[in-house]
Ligand binder design. Structure first.
Ligand code: GLC
Length: 422
């Protein structure tokens, strides 16, 4: 039964059939998006590539939590599945996933156009295992109208945030029993690690594990700021913040139930959409600083990578090249996905019409880099210890002192970092 049709056709007919796009068209699969409208923006980009090339792209859904997304990816990559060709990977994962990913350097003509530190972050043992797609950092969103109504400035320190939040909360409660001062991400997952990193770096309290592999967490400044954050629960932050991820905080803020919110740049555009109850009444700035230190934001962001198991390495790399191209990054910037190509930051039409560029620039000056380079493939344990133990402090089931000592011990015991020598 094999080849019953082809041999009966003339050579010219066969060649024509093989050359026409539909006969050769393949379907690639990309895992991207999840939070906010990220998935829709990714689908639009993938469709543009499909229109240009005649191929098609299936966009698979991924979990919203970065921690859960990693678990899904590790399963697919370790078992060398070829069901997903292109993966959107977190800035902290190159060390964890690099060994399963294709070296993209032969496919990208203009590697110099990208921020060199992001390219270095994505280079594992000399292989460029992902292309930087967008940059993220933590920002403070606030209700302009309420600060004005009650005569408060935009807070510059965590102490000021606390005072203003409790005053406005008290006054707003007469009209809205669900109103809280500050919403953020307190669930036990990667997002809490980002919040903790911001508290630490904005207080000059180290980065948990230093670039030299020294565990720096157990210090007085760290204890002070974590203690302060634990004091927010059920005073200026709802008890439910202990289960909040990005989208939960955004939902409360957009419903008009919070004065301040910590979130990433994607929240700006969405907070100002007509569906948001606070549209047009929102401001955005850098997160506050501690007693010592300076405003900071966690370095987040996502990359695009191709599995080594793909049947279509050339096409998958071409999809990555297209999605990280200048025109795509310009289009995506409008939605708060900030470019990884330095030249785009010199385009005033892009940067001046988007309120997040300025605070992102300031946050990056004192950026809180999670210790993923120092700890490589073991970073996920470090993050799990940090979010797990600090979550207990926030819940009131463990003292700050015990939690800091326990994170430090666990990191050292596992050989993920050395204790500081006197
Ligand atoms: C954002 C950041 C990412 C981080 C995650 C945590 O998506 O870009 O780097 O790990 O939030 O929730």
């Amino acid at each position: 039964m094999k080849n019953t049709v082809i041999p009966s056709l003339g050579a010219a007919t066969v060649a024509a059939a093989l050359l026409s796009a539909p006969a050769l068209a393949v379907e690639l699969t990309i895992a991207c998006g999840a939070v906010g409208i990220e998935r829709e923006v990714c689908i639009d980009g993938a469709n543009r590539w499909a229109e240009q090339t005649g191929h098609s792209v299936d966009v698979v859904a991924t979990p919203q939590s970065s921690t859960e997304r990693l678990a899904m990816y590790q399963l697919l990559l370790r078992e060398r599945h070829n069901t997903v060709d292109v993966f959107q990977i977190d800035v902290i994962w190159p060390g964890l996933l690099g060994e399963y990913l294709l070296d993209l350097s032969p496919y990208v003509p203009d590697t110099d156009a990208f921020f060199p530190n992001l390219m270095a972050n994505n280079t594992v043992e000399g292989r460029l295992i992902a292309m930087p797609w967008y940059v993220d950092t933590g920002l403070l969103y606030y209700r302009k109208d309420l600060l004005e109504r009650y005569g408060h400035p935009v807070p510059e320190t965590w102490d000021e945030l606390e005072t203003i939040a409790s005053d406005v909360q008290r006054r707003e409660r007469s009209q809205n029993g669900n109103f809280w001062g500050y919403v953020w991400q307190g669930s036990d997952y990667e997002g809490l690690t980002c919040n903790v990193m911001e508290w630490l770096v904005s207080s000059d309290a180290g980065t948990v594990v230093s670039a030299q592999g020294v565990v720096t967490l157990d210090n007085d400044r760290a204890a002070r700021i974590i203690e302060q954050a634990a004091g927010w629960i059920d005073t200026i932050s709802p008890p439910a913040v202990l289960e909040y991820q990005e989208e939960d905080a955004r939902a409360q803020f957009e419903a008009g139930n919070a004065l301040f919110m910590r979130n990433w740049p994607y929240a700006w555009r969405l907070a100002n959409e007509p569906e948001s109850a606070v549209s047009g009444r929102v401001g955005v700035t850098v997160l506050p600083q501690g007693d010592s230190g300076a405003p900071s934001g966690a370095l987040g962001g996502w990359q695009l990578a191709v599995t080594e198991a793909t049947r279509y390495p050339d096409l998958s790399a071409d999809l990555v090249r297209f999605l990280t191209s200048e025109s795509e990054q310009r289009r995506r910037a409008e939605f708060g996905y900030l470019p990884t190509r330095s030249a785009l930051y010199n385009e005033p039409e892009l940067t001046q019409n988007n309120a997040v560029f300025e605070p992102v620039g300031r946050a990056l000056e004192n950026v809180a880099v999670r210790p993923s380079s120092a700890t490589g493939r073991t970073y996920k344990y470090v993050s799990r210890y940090v979010s797990g133990e600090i979550h207990e402090v926030l819940r009131g089931t463990k003292s700050t002192t015990d939690a800091l000592a326990s994170i430090t011990d666990r990191i050292v015991e596992r050989g993920l970092g050395d204790l500081q020598r006197p």
